[in-house]
Design a protein around this ligand. Structure first.
Ligand code: FES
Length: 80
C-alpha cells in the first residue's frame, strides 16, 4: 500500500525518484493529477508503470486534505 511505504523506498525506477520526493511534489503542487507530479519531480516521465502508485498517493493526500478542511470548517461553524 503506497500510504505506508517509507519515504526512502523507490517509487519511480526510470527516474530514480523515491516516495518521499513524490509526496513532497504532491504537497508542493497540491496535485490532483499525475502530470503535476511529473512536471515537479520527473517521476512518471519514463515507462509510466508507476502512474497508478503516484495516483494512489495523490488520492490519499487529497482525501486527508479534504478531511482536514471539513473538520476545520465544522470547528469554525460550531463556534458561531
Ligand atoms: S517507473 Fe516511473 S516512469 Fe517508469
Amino acid at each position: 500500500m503506497p500510504a505506508n511505504a517509507p519515504d526512502s523506498k523507490m517509487l519511480c525506477y526510470c527516474r530514480n525518484v523515491d516516495y518521499g520526493a513524490v509526496r513532497a511534489a504532491i504537497e508542493e503542487t497540491d496535485a490532483r493529477r499525475v502530470e503535476q507530479v511529473m512536471a515537479n519531480c520527473t517521476a512518471g516521465t519514463g515507462c509510466r508503470t508507476c502512474h497508478p502508485e503516484i495516483q494512489e498517493l495523490i488520492d490519499e493526500y487529497q482525501a486527508r486534505r479534504s478531511g482536514f478542511l471539513k473538520r476545520l470548517v465544522r470547528r469554525i461553524l460550531s463556534r458561531g
